[in-house]
Design a protein around this ligand. Structure first.
Ligand code: DLL
Length: 426
């Protein structure tokens, strides 16, 4: 077996990245008019980019590029070379259309296989894929990666909860990949059907595609009686497979031989140091159909370059704490929904289901927080409301204008696609 690239001494990895960055920049410049124009405007020619040291001379790429260049203006290969398209649904804009060559699909399968292998999965294991099999990158991404690893894959997809539970029991499936909100729903549904969710055969739950705080992860582990590990990625870069947790559960390893990460201050675009929280910026190092240079993901995180407890040298990103566009500014207080989630889930008396509604009353913002009570709660709701409000005030210096505790099961569950917890009616 060749050397494991995720454990390379960092200077050796850097040499590989230097080489691949230069190739990517040349490829993007020669084949994508958008990049040629942007690099010319910034006064950088591909010949100037010899190593990662030069990366900051390159312009950042904003999400709007996908809209401006829709449908395939960002592609560096003809459609004849492109063997697959996926899309991420933009809520306000056109879908972001992303293309893959045969080579890109190989890379994708490699990085997902690596992510699955990092948690000990392999040929002898059965994976249930609960991500949507379609234009969304989650389903096909995991399918191809698990196949590459030689796992036995069940492409059930999203929304077929009973089928998942039935087949899981019959086949003694070891692992499932799904969104964190669907993981909780699966546990709930299994209980309704008379199973003890903690006794389902799963040993690994791979969750991703949505934010998930640590207390939410703890809930998933407790309810499903399995280790829950996080996966991260985005369509514009490749899909899932950009970064994955190992069993240390201490940050997600970015597969840096394919994706080069930076963290910037989202307001100024300045690069931040290791450990400082900011917006994750990614550059693809091996993509053919859709090379991306310094792409602003909109996801907030920090990077940690210390060698992980698992021995891998690959940099780790923290779980995404929020998106730059998730930031709620309510009466001058800056809040991320994830911060509210972390406080709410400290309370055993509530279930991990909540929603945030924002309204405007006159010139004032109004935030209403609705939280579900835990099954079997028989205490005083007035008292619980007060304790929740006090805790939010002391941790976040913020009290919702209205805090509502509702019966278990009354907040709608998301069975297909990504959960929405914030409703901005302003
Ligand atoms: O969600 C790819 C994916 C599929 C990742 C399955 C992991 C598992 P998009 O639909 O393009 O791709 O959405 C990408 O989702 O920029 C983040 O804001 C969010 N996201 C993805 N993974 C995580 C995560 C897929 N682990 C956008 N934690 C990203 C928080 C995540 N947010």
């Amino acid at each position: 077996m060749g050397q494991d690239v995720t454990r390379l001494p960092r200077d050796e990895l850097r040499e590989l990245q230097d080489e691949r960055l230069a190739e990517t920049v040349a490829h993007a410049y020669e084949n994508v008019e958008f990049f040629r124009r942007r690099f010319d405007e910034a006064g950088v020619s591909p010949a100037d980019v010899e190593s990662i040291e030069n990366i900051e001379t390159l312009p950042l790429t904003a999400k709007e590029a996908f809209d401006d260049e829709y449908p395939t203006g960002l592609f560096a290969e003809d459609l004849a070379e492109v063997v697959r398209l996926h899309a991420s649904s933009g809520t306000t804009s056109k879908p972001k259309l992303v293309g893959y060559t045969e080579g890109d699909l190989d890379v994708w399968a490699t990085v997902i296989a690596r992510s699955l292998g990092a948690v000990g999965l392999g040929r002898d294991d059965v994976l249930q894929n609960a991500y949507g099999m379609g234009l969304f990158t989650g389903g096909f991404g995991f399918h191809d990666g698990a196949t590459e690893l030689g796992m036995t894959v069940l492409p059930i997809g999203s929304g077929q909860t009973e089928k998942h539970i039935e087949l899981m029991n019959d086949l003694e499936s070891d692992a499932i990949c799904l969104t964190p909100s669907y993981a909780l729903y699966l546990a709930e549904r299994a209980a309704e059907l008379g199973h003890d969710p903690a006794n389902l055969p799963l040993s690994v739950v791979l969750y991703g595609a949505e934010p998930c705080t640590e207390p939410m992860r703890d809930e998933i582990e407790k309810r499903l009686g399995a280790m829950a590990v996080e996966n991260y990625g985005l369509s514009e870069i490749i899909g899932p497979g950009v970064a994955a947790e190992c069993p240390q559960q201490d940050g997600l390893h970015i597969w840096e031989d394919h994706f080069y990460p930076e963290v910037i201050d989202p307001a100024t675009g300045e690069s931040l140091d290791e450990g400082e929280e900011g917006e994750l910026v990614l550059t693809t190092l091996t993509k053919e159909a859709l090379p991306m240079v310094r792409y602003r993901t909109g996801d907030m995180t920090t990077l940690d370059y210390d060698t992980c407890g698992c021995g891998r040298t690959a940099v780790r990103m923290n779980g995404v704490t929020g998106r730059t566009d998730d930031l709620l500014i309510v009466r001058g207080v800056n809040l991320y929904p994830s911060e509210i989630e972390s406080v709410v889930l400290e309370f055993d008396a509530v279930a991990p289901h909540y929603r945030i509604d924002l309204d405007r009353e006159g010139s004032l913002d109004r935030l209403e927080l609705t939280v579900e009570l835990a099954e079997g709660f028989d205490g005083s709701t007035g008292d619980l409301e007060e304790r929740l409000a006090d805790r939010l005030q002391s941790v976040l210096s913020f009290t919702p204008d209205e805090l509502r505790l509702v019966e278990p099961g009354s907040i709608e569950r998301t069975v297909v696609g990504k959960v929405q917890r914030v409703y901005d009616h302003r």
